[in-house]
Design a protein around this ligand. Structure first.
Ligand SMILES: *[C@@H]1O[C@H](CO)[C@@H](O)[C@H](O)[C@H]1NC(C)=O
Ligand SMILES: *[C@@H]1O[C@H](CO)[C@@H](O)[C@H](O)[C@H]1NC(C)=O
Ligand SMILES: *[C@@H]1O[C@H](CO)[C@@H](O)[C@H](O)[C@H]1NC(C)=O
Ligand SMILES: *[C@@H]1O[C@H](CO)[C@@H](O)[C@H](O)[C@H]1NC(C)=O
Length: 933
């Protein structure tokens, strides 16, 4: 390439170029524009680049370049744009960079550059964009930055910068974007910030900024986004903020702010997102908020806001999430909340609210979370709450509610947490609890519930925590409680329960904590760790419990056994002749049965249990055994949850995959007929994206399934192998996502009866030689689910199981949707998203967490870094796929799309991106479905 000495432009961006940039590039002395971006180039930028003195634009971003920025870069005296973002560059930003007097844009984002920002940067008087986001820069922001009068956008967020914000920043009058969040900046916000009249977005969040908000901030009339959260800012919110009439997003949370909220907030009527939680704000909620119909998300929890809540709030058609908990609001709840048609979360716990729960709340049908705990609410629980079909958290404990639990609660089949503790509720616990098919915790403690515990509670097999203590429950503990195999904590103390602990309790192997004290119970304790380890306090004051525990009497089993034994001997002596006759009879019968069993097994080995359907009858048992060389490990191509997979070549040359099942338990093959008919049905499914099941064989020595063979193996294998992952480009990956979606949509919506997979993971999405996805093991997760009395075994793979069902065998097609979301993210991120999922959705479960930082993660940084970032239409498709995947991970199964909807969304034309791919954050892709929006 060095010979092309007259070359003016060299554009090689967006290819798959790898290897080093040849130093001969320095011979192209006429070159003006060089674009090598979006390739897989490695090594460092050659110093010879300094010879290209005519260069105007240099784009080498989005490669895998390492080493430091060459010193000689300052020789490129005509350079206007220098883009080095998205590489692994280390070392410092060379001081000599300040000599590039023509530079208008400097992009160094997403590297590992360290050292401080050189003050010589102040010489770049034509610079309009300075992007230093996500590096390791330390030291303070040099005051010389203030000389960059042309600067339009400055982003140095996510570094390790210290010191205070220089006052000279006020000179940057053209600045529209100033992002310096996620550093360790201290000192106060200089009042000169108020001179930045063009500013549109100001983000100073997540630093150590002290002092108060300067009143001059009111001059920034163009501001649409202002983030000051997670600092140590004190003083009050300046009233001048009312001039920020274009503000759409204002975050002041987690500071030390005092005084009142600004009275004239939302003057422009465009405020959507307003957070100030975790401060010391006092006074009442400003009246101006009442008419702020643009509101979308409000978080004011953990302050000392007071005032009459009846008057403070209006009707907000767009409001999705509001948290006012831990304040001092009083008065009654307004019935207007029922008219907030978009509301999914209403949290007003720990205030001083009185009166009744307005029955109109039942009209806010999108409501998913209602938390009114720790107030002074009275009256009955309105039966209209039973209309809130999407509700998954209902927390109204610690009030003065009375009356019965409305029977209409039986409609709330999506409930995950129900807490009615510490009220004055009475009556029986309704049988309708059986409808709570997703409930994880039920707390009815400290009320006046009477009668006996309904046996129907045994239907709530997802239950992990059950607290019924301090009530007036009578009768025996229903034996159905033993069906709650996910139960971890059980508190029945301070009731009037009698009788013995049912023997079914022996099945509660997940139990870790129990309390049955202060009842009338008697008899032996179950042989469970939770009881053996229980302190005496948890068992005391009963009628006659016994067991091997300090404080309890040992069970007197020996004596009783002795009595029985004695009786038996007498009987024996009296009936020896009869007995010997009977026992001979039994022996004879047994022999007969056994010999018949052996016979039937012999027959079965050869015909009955052999059920393989080749198109041409080529697949005989012997051929499979030969093809795998009697399951020789050298033909092993993988292991799955239920068995080991072998490759077998049949005499005809056809290659199949044979999954040899782990040793089978007798129980699961019991209903062989039903099993065979289901295998038959599965084997008849023909879909491009589903691995064909040819048949099944169960014999005394071997049980195996025979499948279509997939050349490329599992998605997991490909993603975990660097070379293969690089081959597996964005277009192929998006096709795999579509293929998976097609397969699941077909099984869920086009099959009769619909089939649920139950165990979608990257392990059982297989790829053929063309990288077309084929979902394997459809239906077999259920067929092969081992003995269900073993509580530790559930269908599904850890890391892919929908949260609501991790411990419960109740499965519907939304479980598959969740797993599909995980595998889609895994395909695009190149690795299992792991903790990311829980962190992204974490603020859905805890009201106290500040906006999570994962929310601000850039998509561009999360996608598989082994590939160069997607461009143009492919980038748009990646965004759509990630967006859909996140929708599939919604904590509430009902809010997840169906697989059919996913397919439709994946096949409709993509909207063009509203901003550059590299600037899209994960939070933005969460859409309006999650409250963290
Ligand atoms: C840069 O990458 C090359 C090629 O991958 C490697 O050989 C070299 O050690 C790396 N250098 C540094 C400083 O990391
Ligand atoms: C709160 O305001 C409502 C409506 O103005 C009023 O009826 C009620 O008495 C007030 N409550 C308190 C405790 O001041
Ligand atoms: C709560 O409100 C009642 C009146 O409804 C009042 O008497 C009481 O002092 C308030 N408590 C607190 C802690 O504000
Ligand atoms: C059960 O309830 C009692 C009485 O309210 C309480 O002291 C105890 O901490 C509770 N135990 C458990 C395990 O929840």
């Amino acid at each position: 390439i060095g010979n092309l000495s007259n070359l003016i432009s060299l554009f090689l961006q967006g290819n798959k170029l790898s290897g080093f940039i040849p130093s001969e590039i320095g011979l192209l002395r006429s070159l003006k524009d060089l674009d090598l971006s979006n390739n897989n180039l490695i090594g460092s930028i050659p110093t010879s680049i300094g010879n290209l003195s005519n260069l105007v634009t240099l784009f080498v971003h989005s490669n895998k370049l390492n080493g430091s920025i060459p010193q000689d870069i300052h020789l490129l005296s005509s350079l206007s744009v220098l883009a080095l973002s998205n590489n692994n560059l280390s070392g410092i930003i060379p001081h000599s960079l300040g000599k590039l007097g023509s530079l208008t844009a400097l992009y160094l984002r997403n590297n590992s550059l360290s050292g401080s920002i050189p003050y010589s940067i102040g010489n770049l008087s034509k610079l309009d964009t300075l992007d230093l986001h996500s590096n390791q820069l330390f030291g303070s922001i040099p005051r010389e930055v203030g000389f960059l009068r042309s600067l339009f956008a400055l982003d140095s967020s996510n570094n390790k910068l210290t010191g205070s914000i220089p006052t000279s920043i006020g000179n940057l009058v053209n600045l529209t974007t100033l992002h310096i969040s996620k550093n360790q900046l201290s000192g106060s916000i200089p009042q000169e910030v108020g001179w930045l009249k063009s500013l549109d977005k100001l983000d100073l969040s997540d630093n150590k900024i002290t002092g108060s908000i300067p009143a001059s901030i009111g001059n920034l009339g163009n501001l649409t986004v202002l983030y000051l959260s997670d600092n140590k800012i004190n003083g009050s919110i300046p009233p001048e903020m009312r001039h920020l009439t274009r503000l759409r997003s204002l975050e002041l949370s987690e500071n030390h702010l005092t005084g009142q909220l600004p009275h004239e907030i939302c003057l422009g009527g465009v405020l959507e997102n307003f957070t100030a939680e975790g401060n010391h704000l006092t006074g009442s909620i400003p009246k101006s908020l009442r008419n702020c119909t643009s509101l979308f998300r409000v978080r004011l929890e953990r302050n000392q806001l007071a005032g009459n809540i009846t008057e403070d709030f209006g009707i907000y058609p767009n409001l999705l999430f509001i948290d006012l908990s831990y304040n001092k609001l009083y008065g009654e709840l307004s019935h207007k909340w029922g008219q907030c048609n978009s509301l999914t979360s209403l949290k007003i716990s720990n205030n001083n609210i009185s009166g009744m729960i307005p029955h109109q709340l039942g009209e806010a049908t999108k409501l998913e979370q209602l938390d009114l705990s720790s107030n002074h609410l009275v009256g009955e629980i309105p039966k209209e709450l039973g209309m809130l079909k999407s509700l998954f958290n209902l927390v109204i404990d610690n009030n003065k509610l009375s009356g019965n639990i409305p029977l209409e609660f039986g409609n709330l089949s999506d409930l995950v947490h129900l807490n009615l503790a510490s009220n004055h509720l009475s009556g029986p616990i309704p049988q309708q609890v059986r409808n709570f098919r997703k409930l994880l915790s039920l707390n009815l403690s400290n009320n006046k519930f009477g009668e006996s515990i309904p046996a129907e509670i045994g239907n709530v097999i997802t239950l992990e925590s059950l607290d019924l203590c301090q009530n007036m429950l009578t009768g025996e503990i229903p034996q159905q409680l033993g069906e709650l195999q996910s139960l971890e904590t059980l508190n029945l103390s301070h009731n009037n329960l009698s009788g013995t602990i049912p023997p079914t309790f022996d099945d509660l192997r997940g139990l870790t904590s129990i309390n049955i004290s202060y009842n009338q119970l008697e008899g032996p304790l179950p042989n469970l760790k939770a009881f053996r380890d229980a302190p005496f306090e948890a068992l005391r004051n009963n009628k006659g419990l016994c067991g091997n525990i300090t404080g309890l009497e040992a069970c007197n089993t020996g004596k009783k056994k002795g009595n029985k034994f004695f009786l038996l001997i007498i009987l024996l002596i009296l009936s020896i002749p009869l007995l010997s006759f009977i026992s001979y009879g039994i022996y004879f019968l047994r022999r007969m049965v056994r010999s018949r069993k052996i016979n039937s097994r012999e027959v079965a080995t050869h015909q009955d249990l052999f059920a393989i359907w080749g198109h041409d009858g080529e697949m005989l048992y012997e051929h499979i055994i030969e093809g795998t060389e009697d399951f020789n490990s050298k033909n092993c191509i993988g292991t799955g949850g239920y068995g080991t997979v072998y490759k077998a070549e049949l005499p005809t040359g056809r290659v199949v995959a044979v999954k040899k099942l782990h040793s089978t338990q007798d129980g699961e093959m019991a209903d062989l007929k039903a099993f065979k008919s289901e295998i038959h049905a599965l084997a008849e499914i023909r879909h491009r994206n589903i691995v064909k099941l040819y048949g099944f064989c169960s014999c005394s020595e071997n049980s195996f399934l025979v499948y279509e063979f997939m050349e490329k193996g599992s998605l997991r294998n490909i993603l975990s192998n660097k070379d293969e992952a690089i081959e597996f480009d964005w277009v192929l990956r998006l096709n795999v996502v579509k293929g998976m979606a097609e397969a699941l949509s077909y099984m869920h919506h086009d099959c009769s009866p619909p089939l649920i997979h139950r165990d979608i993971s990257s392990n059982n999405v297989l790829l053929d030689s063309e990288y077309v996805a084929h979902v394997s093991d459809f239906g077999t997760a259920r067929l092969l689910k081992s003995d269900s009395s073993n509580w530790t075994s559930f269908a599904g793979t850890f890391g892919y199981i929908a949260p609501e069902l991790a411990y419960g065998p109740k499965v519907d097609n939304k479980t598959d949707v969740y797993s599909f979301g995980v595998v889609t993210l895994e395909t695009i991120f190149g690795k299992h998203p792991g903790e990311l999922i829980s962190s992204l959705f974490s603020s859905a479960s805890s009201s106290s967490s500040s906006p999570s930082t994962v929310y601000h993660l850039l998509l561009n940084e999360e996608i598989d870094q082994r590939l160069s970032p997607p461009m143009n239409q492919v980038a748009e498709e990646v965004v759509v796929a990630v967006k859909l995947a996140l929708a599939c991970l919604h904590a509430n199964p009902q809010s997840r799309p169906t697989m059919r909807q996913v397919c439709q969304a994946l096949s409709t034309p993509w909207p063009p991106l509203s901003k550059p791919f590299s600037m899209i954050t994960l939070g933005e892709l969460l859409g309006h479905g999650g409250e963290t929006t």
